[in-house]
Structure formats: structure tokens, C-alpha cells
Design a protein around this ligand. Structure first.
Ligand code: CO
Length: 253
């Protein structure tokens, strides 16, 4: 393989020419303006790309990604993205989207402390230590990480909804919804974890993140219902379908 990465330039030319063949005005339209309707805050994981997961074209979603989709309220990067999305682009939906099997979350609970990354992951690792007895009661390693992946999304939704940027938008009457979703790499399906915050009142009525740890997730997951709707023909009772995404069954007992 060439050290100059010529193959990527070749693929770029092939992509641009295909797009132009399909729609001669495509790039002209792209260059005029961006008017995305959504802001995606997701993990840097290379398998979780917002446009692909949602089937959206360039221009349709504004994106911020970092390891384990953490909302640090002192992070100029995420705050700048959020401010631009809310104040300038007037985006109405902010989606915090984690994913099952997140390596960042896995590392956060592993007790590592040798890299910058471990500073980044501190909100997750500190929360894990606070509720360690509850989380460690989940004996299966994969299930434990997946549950913390879900709780991490819930936590970041609350942190995002507490930022002055979001709060000020609500105070001036701007429409802004904050959602918490999670993505399953093994079947490509999103799950809505439930938090849907559209005002200061709704934010303040959310159960605290400490309470969320003790609440079971719904038995019949939204992901499962979505799978039924999406792939009606397949047998969704086949346990292999959810082999690495067990949150629907681990918290029923
Ligand atoms: Co991840």
C-alpha cells in the first residue's frame, strides 16, 4: 500500500464522480449552506458513524464525537459545537448516542490510570466506583459494560441539559429537545433509552442519575420493537439476534 495514501484519493474521486452522476447539482447544493436538523454527540468508535447509522446525507446532521461520548462541561470543543448548533444553526434535536460494548466505558471501569484518556473518562470511572456494588452484581462482564454504557448516556443527557447553552435556549423559548440513545454495533439498530428533555422543568423532573442505576430497563426493549418493525420477516425471538446486547433480559430479574 502506498505511503502517500493514493488509494484514498482514488476513492475520493470515485465517490465524487458517482455523486455527481447521480445528482449533477449535489455539490453545488452542498456548497450553498448547511442546514442540519440534528446534533449528534457520539463515541469516536470508527464503527459508529452518525450519517451511516441514520441513513443521512452530508449536510443533514452536525456531529461531535469523543471517546465514550462524554459531556465535559469545561471542554471548549463540545461547548463550541453545542453553542454553534443551538445558537447559529438553530438545531432542534440534540442526540447523545452511546453504543454497546464501548471500549472507552470498558476502560473507565478497568481501573487504568496511565494515559490522558483516563482523565477524560473520569466522570464514567468515578460514577462506576460510586455504584460499584450495584454494577458488580451483574456478573457477566459484557452485560455489566453494556449496562454502564446505557447509564453513561443517561448521565451525559443530564450534563448536557444542565449547560448554560441549553438552559438559555429554553429560557428564551427556543425549541430544543435532548435525546438519549444507544446503538448496537452487532445488528445496526438504535435504541431510545427514554430521556427526552425539552425544557428546564422536564430536566428537573428527570430521575437523578443515581436513581437510574437502580431502575431496571424495560423488559421489551425499544430496540427489539424496532427490529420487529424493520425486519418483520426475521425471527426476533432467536436469542442469537441479541447475543451481545442483553440489556433487555439482564435487569428483569
Ligand atoms: Co465507544
Amino acid at each position: 500500500m502506498s505511503a502517500t495514501l493514493d488509494h484514498l484519493f482514488d476513492q475520493n474521486v470515485a465517490w465524487a464522480s458517482q455523486k455527481t452522476r447521480e445528482d449533477p447539482q449535489y455539490f453545488r447544493r452542498m456548497a450553498e449552506q448547511q442546514a442540519p436538523r440534528y446534533l449528534w454527540i457520539g463515541c469516536s468508535d470508527s464503527r459508529v458513524t452518525a450519517n451511516d447509522v441514520l441513513g443521512l446525507d452530508p449536510g443533514e446532521i452536525f456531529v461531535h464525537r469523543n471517546i465514550a461520548n462524554v459531556v465535559h462541561t469545561s471542554d471548549m470543543n463540545i461547548l463550541s459545537v453545542l453553542e454553534f448548533a443551538v445558537d447559529q444553526l438553530k438545531i432542534e434535536h440534540v442526540i447523545v448516542c452511546g453504543h454497546y460494548g464501548c471500549s472507552g466505558v470498558n476502560r473507565a471501569i478497568a481501573g487504568e490510570h496511565s494515559a490522558m484518556l483516563d482523565n477524560w473518562l473520569l466522570p464514567v470511572s468515578m460514577f462506576y466506583r460510586k455504584h460499584r456494588a450495584t454494577f458488580d452484581a451483574i456478573t457477566d462482564d459484557v452485560e455489566r459494560v453494556n449496562r454502564i454504557c446505557e447509564i453513561n448516556v443517561e448521565m451525559q443527557v443530564r450534563r448536557l441539559a444542565a449547560t448554560p447553552i441549553v438552559e438559555n435556549a429554553w429560557l428564551r423559548g427556543q425549541t430544543l429537545h435532548v435525546h438519549g440513545w444507544i446503538y448496537a454495533i452487532h445488528d445496526g439498530l438504535l435504541r431510545d433509552l427514554g430521556p427526552h428533555v425539552s425544557s428546564i422543568g422536564e430536566r428537573d423532573r428527570l430521575p437523578s442519575i443515581d436513581q437510574m442505576v437502580l431502575q431496571p430497563t424495560e423488559a421489551e426493549s425499544a430496540m427489539r420493537r424496532q427490529a420487529i418493525a424493520a425486519f418483520g420477516a426475521i425471527d426476533v425471538t432467536d436469542p442469537r439476534l441479541h447475543a451481545c446486547c442483553p440489556s433487555g433480559r439482564i435487569h428483569n430479574s
